[in-house]
Design a protein around this ligand. Structure first.
Ligand SMILES: [Zn+2]
Length: 352
């Protein structure tokens, strides 16, 4: 098989590898839509390790099944499917008392481009096909579908972790694609005032479209002061961190009310420790809960998100700002993620 990946830290390109072998519960798919992600760029240029040597990248993909294992019941060759970014085996007993993302060990649910090759390949092996894949309905566009495996499921995790309730004042820090989905998810979960922090004009417009009632920009002064002003000095019930630096993170904690939740969706790779200001947590007696979580995967999660798109509750295709065509264009789309032009929210590659 052929794929685009990382040979070693900082060195990316096309590679030829042996075809994946389809186990009894697995499926093999060819990609029909792929979205590169900031995580792919981190894996290529920032992270290091044996698992990132000669590794095909990618984890956001819609595929067409070309082979199924002997024990796969619900999928057949030719089916178009959503392939989640997180694909646990669902066979470890930890599933019964833990999070599927970590059943059997920390981060074991992230198979693509870590334990095995990712989705920037002409042949993609999906383990536990019946438990991980979701059939793509004909009435959902590839652009919308391709935002479900990571952007939508991760963004929606924000208000879930933050336990947003009807009428809550919610803050979303960072309105890249994940933050924008966190805004949309918070609105659907009943947010009242919904404040988003961001500056890029197209992201600000889309945040308002997805439900933000107020926008706070770093350019207009201290963000914490602006948020306290917008909430009459009370702060927010829930804060979702989907971007920004450590200072933003600490300010999100600081502006959260006593009893409120702070949900982090960022993956912090470049720091070795947190140094949370004591004021932000009210001398650690402020009854503030800080949580962080990883992209939920699996079939049911994908089917639930699909049903929301199908019912018109949210249109994640609005995140797609750049389109590429053909398998080879994965390289151009990946390079666009590296360059991150100001008008970029999310690129997709559509493959015949
Ligand atoms: Zn991703």
């Amino acid at each position: 098989m052929k794929g685009f990946g990382v040979f070693e830290k900082g060195k990316v390109g096309w590679m030829e590898k042996a075809d994946p072998v389809c186990g009894p519960r697995d499926a093999i798919a060819r990609p029909i839509a792929i979205a590169p992600c900031s995580s792919d760029v981190h894996s290529a240029y920032e992270l290091e390790g044996e698992h990132l040597k000669n590794r095909i990248l990618g984890h956001e993909c819609i595929g067409e099944i070309i082979e199924v294992g002997s024990e796969v019941k619900d999928f057949k060759v030719g089916d178009r499917v959503i392939i989640p970014a997180v694909t646990p085996t669902w066979t470890h007993p930890d599933i019964q008392d833990s999070y599927h993302q970590h059943a059997g060990g920390l981060l074991t649910g992230i198979n693509f481009s870590s334990y095995e090759d990712g989705t920037f390949a002409d042949k993609i092996k999906i383990r536990s096909a019946d438990m991980n894949l979701a059939l793509l309905p004909d009435d959902i566009s590839l652009e919308a579908a391709c935002m479900i495996p990571d952007m939508m499921t991760t963004g929606f995790l924000g208000p879930e972790l933050a336990e947003v309730k009807f009428g809550d004042t919610v803050l979303v820090a960072g309105i890249g694609p994940v933050g924008l989905m966190a805004v949309a998810g918070s609105k659907l979960m009943g947010a009242g005032k919904l404040i988003a922090i961001g500056t890029r004009p197209n992201c600000v417009e889309l945040a308002k479209e997805y439900g933000a009632t107020d926008i706070v920009s770093y350019r207009d002064g201290d963000i914490a002061e602006q948020i306290m002003d917008l909430t009459n000095g009370k702060g927010v019930d829930a804060a979702i961190v989907a971007g920004g630096d450590l200072d933003t993170f600490y300010k999100c904690i600081a502006v959260t009310k006593p009893g409120g939740n702070i949900a982090n969706l960022n993956v912090f790779t470049e720091i070795s420790s947190f140094n949370i200001p004591v004021d932000a947590i009210a001398s650690f007696v402020g009854h503030k809960t800080l949580k962080g979580g990883l992209c939920p995967g699996g079939r049911k999660r994908m089917e639930r998100l699909l049903s929301m798109v199908q019912a018109g509750r949210v249109d994640p295709s609005k995140l797609v700002t750049q389109k590429f065509y053909g398998f080879e264009a994965i390289e151009d789309a990946f390079n666009l993620m590296v360059d991150k032009p100001r008008d970029l929210i999310k690129p997709v590659v559509l493959i015949d």
